[in-house]
Design a protein around this ligand. Structure first.
Ligand SMILES: NC(=O)c1ccc[n+]([C@@H]2O[C@H](COP(=O)([O-])OP(=O)(O)OC[C@H]3O[C@@H](n4cnc5c(N)ncnc54)[C@H](O)[C@@H]3O)[C@@H](O)[C@H]2O)c1
Length: 285
Protein backbone atom coordinates (compact mmCIF):
# COMPACT_ATOMS: atom_id res chain seq x y z
CA UNK A 1 0.00 0.00 0.00
CA UNK A 2 1.03 3.56 -0.39
CA UNK A 3 -0.38 5.05 2.80
CA UNK A 4 -1.93 3.62 5.96
CA UNK A 5 -3.25 5.93 8.65
CA UNK A 6 -3.79 4.98 12.28
CA UNK A 7 -6.19 7.32 14.07
CA UNK A 8 -5.60 7.42 17.82
CA UNK A 9 -2.05 7.15 19.15
CA UNK A 10 -2.97 5.54 22.46
CA UNK A 11 -2.10 2.04 23.60
CA UNK A 12 -3.82 0.25 20.74
CA UNK A 13 -2.95 2.78 18.04
CA UNK A 14 0.72 3.09 18.89
CA UNK A 15 1.24 -0.67 19.04
CA UNK A 16 -0.67 -1.08 15.81
CA UNK A 17 1.40 1.59 14.07
CA UNK A 18 4.60 -0.12 15.10
CA UNK A 19 3.36 -3.47 13.82
CA UNK A 20 2.26 -2.00 10.49
CA UNK A 21 5.61 -0.28 10.04
CA UNK A 22 7.67 -3.30 11.03
CA UNK A 23 5.79 -5.43 8.55
CA UNK A 24 6.22 -2.76 5.87
CA UNK A 25 2.56 -2.94 4.95
CA UNK A 26 2.74 0.53 3.41
CA UNK A 27 5.30 2.99 2.16
CA UNK A 28 3.98 5.62 4.57
CA UNK A 29 2.33 5.35 7.97
CA UNK A 30 0.53 8.36 9.42
CA UNK A 31 -0.33 8.38 13.12
CA UNK A 32 -3.00 10.96 14.00
CA UNK A 33 -4.19 11.99 17.46
CA UNK A 34 -5.85 15.08 18.93
CA UNK A 35 -3.35 15.41 21.77
CA UNK A 36 -0.46 17.61 20.75
CA UNK A 37 2.93 15.91 20.88
CA UNK A 38 1.75 12.36 21.48
CA UNK A 39 1.61 11.13 17.85
CA UNK A 40 4.69 13.19 16.95
CA UNK A 41 6.71 11.74 19.83
CA UNK A 42 5.57 8.16 19.39
CA UNK A 43 5.91 8.34 15.61
CA UNK A 44 9.44 9.70 15.83
CA UNK A 45 10.42 7.11 18.40
CA UNK A 46 9.12 4.33 16.18
CA UNK A 47 10.81 5.65 13.06
CA UNK A 48 14.11 5.78 14.93
CA UNK A 49 13.78 2.02 15.53
CA UNK A 50 13.68 1.39 11.77
CA UNK A 51 17.44 0.81 11.32
CA UNK A 52 17.36 -1.77 14.11
CA UNK A 53 14.27 -3.60 12.91
CA UNK A 54 15.12 -3.08 9.24
CA UNK A 55 11.94 -1.48 7.94
CA UNK A 56 11.54 1.42 5.54
CA UNK A 57 7.96 2.46 6.13
CA UNK A 58 8.10 6.19 6.85
CA UNK A 59 6.22 7.08 10.03
CA UNK A 60 4.76 10.53 10.56
CA UNK A 61 2.97 11.49 13.76
CA UNK A 62 0.66 14.48 13.53
CA UNK A 63 -2.44 16.30 14.81
CA UNK A 64 -3.29 17.32 11.25
CA UNK A 65 -5.60 15.12 9.22
CA UNK A 66 -4.13 16.73 6.09
CA UNK A 67 -1.19 14.32 6.34
CA UNK A 68 -3.64 11.42 6.24
CA UNK A 69 -5.23 12.51 2.95
CA UNK A 70 -5.56 9.83 0.28
CA UNK A 71 -4.87 6.95 2.62
CA UNK A 72 -5.53 3.49 1.24
CA UNK A 73 -6.39 2.08 4.65
CA UNK A 74 -7.44 3.82 7.87
CA UNK A 75 -7.32 2.03 11.21
CA UNK A 76 -9.49 3.75 13.78
CA UNK A 77 -8.50 3.35 17.42
CA UNK A 78 -9.55 6.80 18.66
CA UNK A 79 -11.73 7.06 21.73
CA UNK A 80 -11.80 6.16 25.36
CA UNK A 81 -11.09 2.64 26.62
CA UNK A 82 -12.81 0.62 29.33
CA UNK A 83 -11.98 0.83 33.01
CA UNK A 84 -12.53 -2.15 35.31
CA UNK A 85 -16.21 -2.90 35.77
CA UNK A 86 -17.27 -1.07 32.60
CA UNK A 87 -18.87 -2.80 29.65
CA UNK A 88 -17.96 -1.84 26.11
CA UNK A 89 -21.41 -0.28 25.79
CA UNK A 90 -20.56 2.16 28.60
CA UNK A 91 -18.20 3.87 26.14
CA UNK A 92 -20.87 4.56 23.60
CA UNK A 93 -21.78 8.18 24.37
CA UNK A 94 -18.24 9.48 24.31
CA UNK A 95 -17.00 7.36 21.47
CA UNK A 96 -19.93 8.02 19.15
CA UNK A 97 -19.03 11.70 19.06
CA UNK A 98 -15.34 10.92 18.52
CA UNK A 99 -16.03 8.42 15.74
CA UNK A 100 -18.45 10.83 14.06
CA UNK A 101 -15.76 13.50 13.83
CA UNK A 102 -13.07 11.00 12.76
CA UNK A 103 -15.42 9.63 10.08
CA UNK A 104 -16.06 13.10 8.70
CA UNK A 105 -12.33 13.60 8.33
CA UNK A 106 -12.00 10.23 6.61
CA UNK A 107 -14.80 10.98 4.20
CA UNK A 108 -13.32 14.34 3.30
CA UNK A 109 -9.66 13.36 2.97
CA UNK A 110 -9.70 9.72 1.91
CA UNK A 111 -12.96 8.97 0.12
CA UNK A 112 -11.63 5.74 -1.38
CA UNK A 113 -10.11 4.31 1.78
CA UNK A 114 -10.94 1.07 3.51
CA UNK A 115 -11.71 1.63 7.20
CA UNK A 116 -10.91 -0.93 9.87
CA UNK A 117 -12.66 0.03 13.08
CA UNK A 118 -11.17 -0.95 16.43
CA UNK A 119 -12.82 1.50 18.83
CA UNK A 120 -15.53 0.14 21.14
CA UNK A 121 -18.35 -0.64 21.31
CA UNK A 122 -17.17 -2.06 18.03
CA UNK A 123 -20.36 -2.97 16.23
CA UNK A 124 -21.96 0.39 17.01
CA UNK A 125 -18.85 2.31 15.96
CA UNK A 126 -18.80 0.47 12.62
CA UNK A 127 -22.39 1.50 12.07
CA UNK A 128 -21.62 5.13 12.92
CA UNK A 129 -18.61 5.18 10.58
CA UNK A 130 -20.69 3.74 7.78
CA UNK A 131 -23.49 6.23 8.28
CA UNK A 132 -21.17 9.24 8.36
CA UNK A 133 -18.79 8.23 5.56
CA UNK A 134 -21.47 6.71 3.35
CA UNK A 135 -18.88 4.09 2.36
CA UNK A 136 -20.16 0.72 1.13
CA UNK A 137 -20.25 -2.02 3.73
CA UNK A 138 -17.22 -3.81 2.30
CA UNK A 139 -15.11 -0.74 3.08
CA UNK A 140 -16.00 -0.49 6.77
CA UNK A 141 -14.69 -3.50 8.64
CA UNK A 142 -14.79 -4.19 12.38
CA UNK A 143 -11.79 -5.79 14.03
CA UNK A 144 -12.81 -8.17 16.79
CA UNK A 145 -13.54 -11.68 15.55
CA UNK A 146 -9.87 -12.24 14.93
CA UNK A 147 -9.08 -11.15 18.50
CA UNK A 148 -11.85 -13.20 20.10
CA UNK A 149 -10.75 -16.24 18.09
CA UNK A 150 -7.11 -15.64 19.04
CA UNK A 151 -8.04 -15.56 22.71
CA UNK A 152 -10.02 -18.78 22.41
CA UNK A 153 -7.17 -20.50 20.55
CA UNK A 154 -4.56 -19.30 23.03
CA UNK A 155 -6.58 -20.64 26.01
CA UNK A 156 -7.00 -24.01 24.28
CA UNK A 157 -3.29 -24.16 23.42
CA UNK A 158 -2.43 -23.51 27.07
CA UNK A 159 -4.89 -26.12 28.33
CA UNK A 160 -3.52 -28.78 25.98
CA UNK A 161 0.08 -27.61 26.01
CA UNK A 162 0.24 -27.56 22.21
CA UNK A 163 1.16 -24.91 19.66
CA UNK A 164 -1.44 -22.26 18.89
CA UNK A 165 -0.86 -23.14 15.25
CA UNK A 166 -2.44 -26.55 15.82
CA UNK A 167 -5.73 -25.09 17.06
CA UNK A 168 -8.35 -24.48 14.36
CA UNK A 169 -11.27 -22.47 15.70
CA UNK A 170 -13.67 -19.64 15.07
CA UNK A 171 -15.65 -17.24 17.23
CA UNK A 172 -18.72 -15.64 15.69
CA UNK A 173 -21.15 -12.94 16.79
CA UNK A 174 -20.69 -9.46 18.21
CA UNK A 175 -17.66 -8.28 20.16
CA UNK A 176 -19.22 -8.75 23.58
CA UNK A 177 -20.27 -11.28 26.15
CA UNK A 178 -22.73 -12.90 23.72
CA UNK A 179 -20.05 -13.93 21.23
CA UNK A 180 -20.17 -17.57 20.15
CA UNK A 181 -17.05 -19.74 20.19
CA UNK A 182 -17.93 -22.63 17.85
CA UNK A 183 -16.93 -25.59 19.98
CA UNK A 184 -18.27 -28.23 17.62
CA UNK A 185 -16.08 -26.82 14.83
CA UNK A 186 -12.96 -26.56 16.97
CA UNK A 187 -10.20 -29.03 16.18
CA UNK A 188 -6.66 -29.67 17.36
CA UNK A 189 -4.52 -30.86 14.46
CA UNK A 190 -7.74 -32.23 13.00
CA UNK A 191 -9.02 -33.91 16.20
CA UNK A 192 -12.31 -32.55 17.58
CA UNK A 193 -11.50 -30.61 20.75
CA UNK A 194 -14.38 -32.36 22.54
CA UNK A 195 -12.30 -35.57 22.42
CA UNK A 196 -9.38 -33.87 24.14
CA UNK A 197 -10.91 -31.59 26.78
CA UNK A 198 -13.83 -32.49 29.04
CA UNK A 199 -17.10 -30.57 28.79
CA UNK A 200 -16.67 -28.66 32.07
CA UNK A 201 -13.21 -27.39 31.19
CA UNK A 202 -14.37 -26.48 27.69
CA UNK A 203 -17.27 -24.49 29.11
CA UNK A 204 -14.81 -22.59 31.32
CA UNK A 205 -12.65 -21.77 28.30
CA UNK A 206 -15.67 -20.56 26.34
CA UNK A 207 -16.70 -18.35 29.26
CA UNK A 208 -13.17 -17.00 29.65
CA UNK A 209 -13.09 -16.18 25.93
CA UNK A 210 -16.32 -14.22 26.19
CA UNK A 211 -14.93 -12.25 29.10
CA UNK A 212 -11.38 -12.02 27.74
CA UNK A 213 -11.36 -8.24 27.40
CA UNK A 214 -12.72 -7.69 30.90
CA UNK A 215 -10.09 -10.04 32.33
CA UNK A 216 -7.30 -7.92 30.88
CA UNK A 217 -8.89 -4.61 31.83
CA UNK A 218 -9.31 -5.95 35.36
CA UNK A 219 -5.66 -6.95 35.58
CA UNK A 220 -4.37 -3.68 34.18
CA UNK A 221 -6.79 -1.68 36.35
CA UNK A 222 -7.00 1.01 33.68
CA UNK A 223 -7.68 0.51 29.98
CA UNK A 224 -5.18 -1.70 28.17
CA UNK A 225 -1.92 -0.03 29.05
CA UNK A 226 1.27 -1.85 28.15
CA UNK A 227 4.22 -0.15 29.79
CA UNK A 228 6.56 -1.32 27.04
CA UNK A 229 4.09 -0.42 24.32
CA UNK A 230 5.40 -3.53 22.71
CA UNK A 231 4.49 -7.00 21.66
CA UNK A 232 1.20 -8.68 22.40
CA UNK A 233 -1.97 -6.75 23.02
CA UNK A 234 -4.16 -4.93 20.61
CA UNK A 235 -1.69 -4.34 17.82
CA UNK A 236 -1.17 -8.04 17.65
CA UNK A 237 -4.90 -8.51 17.57
CA UNK A 238 -5.41 -6.15 14.73
CA UNK A 239 -2.66 -6.93 12.37
CA UNK A 240 -3.92 -10.13 10.69
CA UNK A 241 -6.76 -8.18 9.11
CA UNK A 242 -4.43 -5.44 7.99
CA UNK A 243 -1.86 -7.90 6.80
CA UNK A 244 -4.36 -9.80 4.70
CA UNK A 245 -5.64 -6.67 3.02
CA UNK A 246 -2.20 -5.32 2.35
CA UNK A 247 -1.02 -8.57 0.83
CA UNK A 248 -3.94 -8.91 -1.48
CA UNK A 249 -4.67 -5.40 -2.56
CA UNK A 250 -1.60 -3.43 -3.29
CA UNK A 251 1.75 -5.09 -3.26
CA UNK A 252 0.77 -8.51 -4.42
CA UNK A 253 2.74 -10.99 -2.36
CA UNK A 254 5.93 -8.95 -2.36
CA UNK A 255 6.98 -5.87 -0.45
CA UNK A 256 8.84 -2.71 -1.17
CA UNK A 257 12.30 -4.05 -0.28
CA UNK A 258 11.79 -6.97 -2.62
CA UNK A 259 10.94 -4.61 -5.46
CA UNK A 260 13.89 -2.37 -4.70
CA UNK A 261 16.10 -5.41 -4.55
CA UNK A 262 14.83 -6.68 -7.90
CA UNK A 263 15.49 -3.30 -9.46
CA UNK A 264 18.98 -3.28 -8.00
CA UNK A 265 19.60 -6.79 -9.22
CA UNK A 266 18.50 -5.88 -12.71
CA UNK A 267 20.75 -2.85 -12.71
CA UNK A 268 23.79 -4.72 -11.46
CA UNK A 269 23.04 -8.01 -13.17
CA UNK A 270 23.87 -9.68 -9.85
CA UNK A 271 21.90 -12.35 -8.02
CA UNK A 272 21.83 -11.63 -4.30
CA UNK A 273 19.63 -14.53 -3.32
CA UNK A 274 22.39 -16.35 -1.54
CA UNK A 275 23.14 -13.30 0.60
CA UNK A 276 21.46 -11.34 3.34
CA UNK A 277 18.75 -10.13 1.00
CA UNK A 278 17.35 -13.56 0.57
CA UNK A 279 15.85 -13.40 3.99
CA UNK A 280 13.99 -10.26 2.96
CA UNK A 281 12.83 -11.52 -0.40
CA UNK A 282 9.33 -12.30 0.78
CA UNK A 283 8.60 -8.72 1.88
CA UNK A 284 5.75 -8.51 4.31
CA UNK A 285 4.52 -11.95 3.31
N1 LIG B 1 -11.97 -4.08 18.80
C1 LIG B 1 -11.17 -4.59 19.71
O1 LIG B 1 -10.94 -5.79 19.75
C2 LIG B 1 -10.49 -3.68 20.69
C3 LIG B 1 -9.38 -4.13 21.42
C4 LIG B 1 -8.78 -3.23 22.30
C5 LIG B 1 -9.27 -1.94 22.46
N2 LIG B 1 -10.37 -1.56 21.74
C6 LIG B 1 -10.88 -0.18 21.83
O2 LIG B 1 -9.96 0.68 21.16
C7 LIG B 1 -10.10 2.02 21.68
C8 LIG B 1 -8.73 2.59 22.04
O3 LIG B 1 -8.18 1.90 23.14
P1 LIG B 1 -6.79 2.39 23.78
O4 LIG B 1 -6.47 1.44 24.87
O5 LIG B 1 -5.79 2.63 22.71
O6 LIG B 1 -7.21 3.80 24.39
P2 LIG B 1 -6.24 5.02 24.72
O7 LIG B 1 -6.98 5.89 25.64
O8 LIG B 1 -4.89 4.54 25.11
O9 LIG B 1 -6.06 5.77 23.29
C9 LIG B 1 -7.10 6.41 22.62
C10 LIG B 1 -6.50 7.59 21.88
O10 LIG B 1 -7.52 8.19 21.07
C11 LIG B 1 -7.22 9.57 21.02
N3 LIG B 1 -8.34 10.35 20.51
C12 LIG B 1 -9.46 10.75 21.14
N4 LIG B 1 -10.25 11.44 20.31
C13 LIG B 1 -9.62 11.48 19.11
C14 LIG B 1 -9.93 12.05 17.85
N5 LIG B 1 -11.07 12.73 17.64
N6 LIG B 1 -9.04 11.91 16.83
C15 LIG B 1 -7.89 11.24 17.03
N7 LIG B 1 -7.55 10.66 18.20
C16 LIG B 1 -8.41 10.79 19.22
C17 LIG B 1 -6.82 9.90 22.45
O11 LIG B 1 -6.12 11.12 22.53
C18 LIG B 1 -5.96 8.69 22.80
O12 LIG B 1 -4.59 8.91 22.54
C19 LIG B 1 -11.04 1.89 22.89
O13 LIG B 1 -12.33 2.29 22.50
C20 LIG B 1 -10.99 0.41 23.22
O14 LIG B 1 -12.13 -0.03 23.89
C21 LIG B 1 -10.95 -2.39 20.86
Amino acid sequence: MNKITVVGAGNVGATLAQRVAEKELARELVLVDVVEGIPQGKGLDQWESAPVEGFDTRIEGTNDYGAAANSDLILVTAGIARKPGMSRDDLVKTNVEIIKSVSQQIKQGSPDAIVIMVSNPLDVMCWVARQVTGFPRERVIGMAGVLDTARYRSFLASALNVSVEDIQAMVLGGHGDTMVPLVSYTTVAGIPVTQLIDAKKLAEIVDRTRKGGAEIVGLLKTGRHRPDGGSGGPGQEAHPAVLGLARRRIWGERGLPWRAMQAGRQRSGADHRGGVEQGRAGGPG
